[in-house]
Design a protein around this ligand. Sequence first.
Ligand code: SAM
Length: 291
Amino acid sequence: GLEDIATPRRTKEIIQRHGFSFKKSLGQNFLVDQNILQKIVAAAGLDETKGALEIGPGIGALTERLARSAKCVTAVEIDQRLLPILDEVMAPYDRVRVRHGDVLKLDLKEVFAEDFADVEKVSVVANLPYYVTTPILMKLLEDKLPLENIVVMIQKEVAERMAAAPASKEYGSLSIAVQYYSEPKLVCIVPHTVFIPQPNVESAVIRLRVRPEPPVQVPDEKHFFEVVQAAFAQRRKTIANNLKSRFFTKENKDALEPLLRSADIEPSRRGETLSIEEFARLSTLLLEAGY
Ligand code: SAM
């Protein structure tokens, strides 16, 4: 049989034979390391009954491994030039379906209905294009797709922000958004040397275990995330000052401190110290008071 795609030798061979040139603007850094692939696939907990959705298959380094571990794989690739290559290298794997398109524009509910009708659980597994990591992950989470895990290679700093705990310097609105929908866990830090070409940033694999229910009850999700955004608007300011600028006027600003105290939050604290539970209490009380 053929050597795996994710070796420097076979990757270079495929790329040269097809005259493929990397597009930096599409975040094209291909994996050429069996070990890292093994860790990514293991973290997803796939088996013969489950489906995998891959975003950006490239020349199929990860796709091939997914095809050996899941019941069916759908891979969405934006770069038309990769389609004939994928056609060739995926020929031995009839459980793989390649779709051409921009994942941000795709109706994922429709893809799920068409491709994953006979699997019970689906995970997203991908080495993401770094220029659109956050929009892709937020789309996957906000669309409330029936996902089990999201296991992705992303920029290390972004992974650390997603998994950050209150009061750490990485903690911010992204941490809360991700943790509202999932339980993040950093799987491993990844050196530049496992990619062709090598990216300029450090990478990490993160697993988001998608929650069946949010960890806190809020009356209005949009309002909750507005409060979170406001709290982090100026990191050096207190929660009271940040909320005042966003939700209050000169005339009614005195109403804020009693509201904060009834949510059991000291007005002099900074937003970055508030837990997701505290943000939920705060959003609820503000909304009930008409803010
Ligand atoms: N999975 C391959 C691997 O690990 O070797 C390639 C990973 S590479 C970091 C990212 C891939 O995502 C590229 O193939 C790129 O063309 C594709 N891509 C970039 N933007 C995309 C988008 N909006 N929708 C779908 N695919 C995209």
